[in-house]
Design a protein around this ligand. Structure first.
Ligand code: GSH
Length: 219
């Protein structure tokens, strides 16, 4: 029975999971969540009423949360690229950085985007400023960390880098690194050059007009 991934190519968390599929050439069926395919959305929202994607279905089992989908693939559909190190200490470092990217880069960047699509009267200027301050703090911490490192959590590309790639990709569009954080900027370029993420970015290219803040003419 084929793995089914309910997802949208332009979604940052879906890209995070897609990187893991592409790293290991893991076969799956892409269940596109779009208005053009209402049946997929009906199935998806029945399986996961929280309605946040991606959602993986493996032999009737629903697996939600991009990090857990990647962990699930590592356990049940392992490939040559180990995104979670076998050594428990190294794996802990990877999971810690995965939390960093989700909580302190992806979350504030989403907050700014979601705030921007509200009606003018419902916008939250304080929340927007808070999210931008969090991104600046996260960029600064990461800049120090990435000096002399290739990947976020060890010598090899890992779950942490799957989280970092779409997080930094969209965060830089939303709240630009703007030459202030050279190590983060170079890390973002390395992520963009990684074939698995380059593929996800290319597949999402047709949807750039959907970016509420206006996608910059680069990347
Ligand atoms: N914690 C979830 C977050 C997933 C998430 O926020 N997905 C976004 C797309 S990037 C979504 O479902 N947005 C739909 C909505 O907000 O209604 C994960 O790690 O997978």
């Amino acid at each position: 029975m084929a793995l089914e991934l309910y997802a949208h190519p332009f979604s940052s968390y879906c890209q995070k999971a897609l990187i893991a599929f592409y790293e290991n050439d893991t076969p799956f069926v892409f269940r596109m969540l779009s208005e053009k395919e209402p049946q997929a959305y009906v199935e998806f929202s029945g399986l996961w009423p929280i309605k946040r994607f991606p959602l993986l279905v493996d032999k009737g089992r629903s697996v939600m949360e991009a990090s857990i989908i990647i962990e699930h693939l590592a356990i049940h559909h392992p490939g040559p690229v180990k995104l979670i190190p076998g050594d428990p200490e190294a794996a802990l470092e990877v999971r810690m950085l995965d939390r960093f990217f989700d909580n302190y880069v992806m979350t504030p960047q989403q907050k700014i985007v979601f705030n921007s699509i509200r009606q003018e009267a419902d916008r939250d200027a304080y929340g927007d400023a808070e999210a931008r301050a969090m991104l600046d703090t996260a960029y600064a911490w990461l800049d120090q960390r990435m000096a002399g490192r290739e990947w976020a959590a060890g010598p090899d590309f890992s779950l942490a880098d799957c989280a970092a790639a779409p997080a930094l990709f969209y965060a830089d569009w939303t709240h630009p690194l703007a030459g202030r954080f050279p190590h983060v900027q170079r890390y973002r370029q390395r992520l963009l050059a990684r074939p698995s993420f380059a593929r996800a970015v290319n597949e999402a290219r047709p949807y750039r007009p959907l970016f509420p803040l206006g996608a910059p003419d680069r990347d």
